[in-house]
Design a protein around this ligand. Structure first.
Ligand code: ATP
Ligand code: MG
Length: 664
């Protein structure tokens, strides 16, 4: 097994003397160190799999890791191994320990749309920008472990005070709903462990060895969780690359890399320098770009996979043209090399860039899958069904109550619901509980009350069965009982309705499979659903399709051929980042993009682009100028197209001259 590793990798795998940090550039085998170390711990160091926890950044990465370890050791030896994201690990802990925090174990998990609704209600606004920024500020507070009380005490300005008040009422509402948001899944275990040392000890005994991938993107709470679990023995291995830290906007703190050395003076730091992923030219481009950022840690990266083709830089007239060029080149290349669609990835900075690309791919009959796009679980019909399931799991989940009681309409009017809402608020109970209180029953007429009562009785009956009966058939029965299919056809045109119903059937199939495979109850499944996306859940790797992904979602992955589109100022680097002096983070994103490529890399940009319905002249990204001229080849239409104002502005001029000379 160890022969699959180079010397420093092997050193990292066999080191068990204390905390260990592998600090190395992209494609140097950090993730491989983690998978091999899991196998080593079990097979050679005699550890029990159930005492090992590996933490990855996404569910997909967790599944991949599980598979890779599965290829190294027989299944029996892996029983009880934890491979999960920070969020699912937090969920697992909270489900067992919820009572210590005053929550019931069947708490709900609110997705960001539900959370936005709560904020919007509290601010009495529909201003999306305001809601979004309030949410991210609350999230930052949570990730810095500032409680609502502390936020109130710390507030120094009127603005801070307002935010602290909003945070307080938001948190109270969540508690009333017996719901947690994503940040709570990590923050609350930390609170719990600090308040209850005996609970911490139990988990330290259970998870004796921790391995953390993509360590550079941990935030303060995640780091604290690692620190608490690792305890004094400090038995963990973290791997990371400061040059790939791209989640500062979500509270990630690269400084955690430095803190690790401070908090664990015995930390063994191992560096890897050989890249096993990319051809030399790709690597030279990556090194050149990231070389423009100030360095935290000195790192070199080399590869002996050969020089490879020059990096293609293509300039295109506009977005449509870009999409056409990319799909044409992709087709041609695939044809020439007789390759598979799944060998190609198209990466971009923002989700909105996918739409035109998708249209083009569909038009050219190129199969594709999108990752990191709109989640399957965000689709209205899926949220409808999940509303029922959430309510069955946790009757105090008010957002789920409202969704379920009104979908399909069952004669419960808005006026009745408003009465119920204000009654529940004054009594400080959930909607569901209010339905059964005398005080409320007296407020409404029998004809209004009856359908509400029937609905709640139905949910109660389902609750009784949800723990005992297999998940799939029960869900089918529920859908029949509410006649969901008919409702979909009544509320939509036949074709979209058909597509919606198909999505619901996909969900049923998936839940059935989960129930059968893992013996999980409907309630277990519902609780984990919020953490995964259906796309992640599907075996996309088995289909032969081009992968479309944001740069963020491509982290840790690799593809033989990569197209990086929209390499323009204000896109990559993003306008907001330019304005707020965050260009270094954008450069890391560019570095992540380049280093996904194994054999070829093609970068494209447009001369103009539609923004808010109007054409805008765009400039090539400043990062293009950072690429080593000898390793790139430029082609395209922009320079030769007289109708185009070309690149225009001063910044772009030097590049254009350069480009023209090359095309010459
Ligand atoms: P990233 O920073 O992008 O997450 P990484 O450092 O985690 O990259 P891996 O994904 O572990 O790198 O490895 C990159 C590629 O190199 C993988 O295909 C892996 O299988 C291969 N690889 C890693 N180490 C070796 C080795 N010692 N010999 C051969 N191939 C290797
Ligand atoms: Mg990796």
């Amino acid at each position: 097994m160890l022969h699959l590793l180079n010397t420093p990798q092997r050193e990292a795998v066999v080191y068990l003397g204390g905390p260990c940090l592998v600090l190395a550039g992209a494609g140097s085998g950090k993730t491989r160190v983690i998978t091999q170390k899991i196998a080593y711990l079990i097979e050679k160091a005699g550890m029990n799999a159930k005492n090992i926890a590996a933490i990855t950044f996404t569910n997909k990465a967790a599944r991949e890791m599980q598979e890779r370890v599965g290829a190294l050791l027989p299944k029996e030896m892996l029983k009880g191994l934890t491979v999960s994201t920070f969020h699912s690990l937090g969920l697992k802990m909270l489900r067992e320990e919820a009572r210590h925090l005053g929550y019931k174990p069947q708490f709900s998990i609110l997705d960001s749309a539900d959370a936005a609704k709560i904020i919007s209600d509290q601010l009495v606004t529909t201003d999306k920008q305001l809601i979004r920024s309030s949410m991210s500020q609350i999230s930052m507070l949570k990730n810095d472990r500032i409680s609502p009380e502390k936020a109130l005490n710390m507030a120094q300005s009127e603005g801070e005070l307002q935010l602290a008040r909003l945070y307080t009422s938001y948190q109270d509402t969540l508690f009333a709903y017996q719901s947690l948001d994503f940040d709570d899944l990590i923050r609350l275990p930390v609170d719990l462990f600090e308040a209850h040392p005996e609970v911490l000890e139990k988990w330290q005994n259970r998870l004796r060895y921790l391995l953390v991938d993509e360590y550079q993107d941990t935030n303060t709470t995640q780091y604290q969780l690692v620190k608490l679990l690792a305890g004094v023995t400090g038995l963990f291995t973290a791997v990371g690359d400061d040059d790939q830290s791209i989640y500062a906007w979500r509270g990630a703190n690269v400084d955690n890399l430095r803190l690790l050395q401070e908090d664990f003076p015995k930390l063994q730091v191992i560096k890897l320098e050989q890249n096993y992923r990319s051809m030399a030219r790709i690597l030279r481009c990556a090194n050149a770009v990231i070389g423009n950022n100030p360095k935290l840690f000195e790192k070199k990266l080399w590869s002996d996979l050969g020089v490879g083709d020059p990096i293609q830089v293509i300039e295109t007239k506009n977005e449509e043209d870009e999409a056409t060029m990319v799909s044409m080149r992709l087709q041609a290349h695939r044809f020439e090399t007789n390759g598979k669609y799944s060998d190609y990835a198209i990466l971009y900075r923002g989700n909105h860039q996918a739409r035109i690309m998708e249209q083009q791919l569909r038009g050219s009959r190129i199969p594709y899958v999108i990752s990191g796009g709109q989640s399957f679980y965000d689709k209205a019909e899926i949220k409808d069904v999940l509303g029922y399931l959430r309510l069955i799991a946790n009757e105090d989940d008010d957002p789920a109550f409202i969704r379920a009681v009104t979908t399909p309409k069952r004669g419960v009017g808005n006026v009745t619901l408003e009465k119920l809402g204000s009654y529940a608020a004054t009594r400080n109970v959930s909607f569901f509980a209010a339905v059964f209180e005398e005080g409320f029953i007296h407020q409404v007429q029998a004809t209004q009350y009856e359908p509400l009562r029937q609905f709640c009785d139905f949910i109660n009956r389902m609750q009784d069965r949800a723990d005992k009966e297999p998940a799939g058939p029960l869900l089918n029965e529920l859908l029949l009982a509410i006649d969901f299919e008919t409702w979909l056809y009544e509320n939509d045109e036949p074709r979209p309705a058909e597509a919606r119903w198909k999505n619901v059937l996909d969900l049923v199939a998936w839940i059935t499979k989960k129930g059968e495979e893992d013996g999980k109850s409907l309630i277990d499944i519902v609780q984990t659903i919020a953490l995964i996306t259906m796309l992640e859940g599907r075996d996309e790797d088995e289909v032969d399709a081009v992968k479309l992904s944001t740069l963020h979602a491509s982290k840790g992955l690799e593809y033989p051929h990569v197209f990086l589109i929209g390499c323009e100022e204000n896109i990559l680097p993003h306008q907001n980042s330019i304005e707020s002096n965050m260009v270094e983070e954008e450069r890391r994103l560019m570095y992540v993009g380049i280093t996904r490529a194994q054999r070829t890399l093609t970068i494209s940009y447009c001369g103009k682009r539609r923004r808010a319905g109007e054409w805008q002249i765009t400039e090539p990204s400043r990062f293009l100028k950072e690429l080593p001229p000898d390793d790139i080849r430029i082609s395209g239409r922009l320079a030769g197209d007289k109708s185009q104002p070309a690149i225009g502005k001063k910044e772009g001029k030097a590049l254009l001259a350069n480009l023209l000379a090359r095309i010459g």
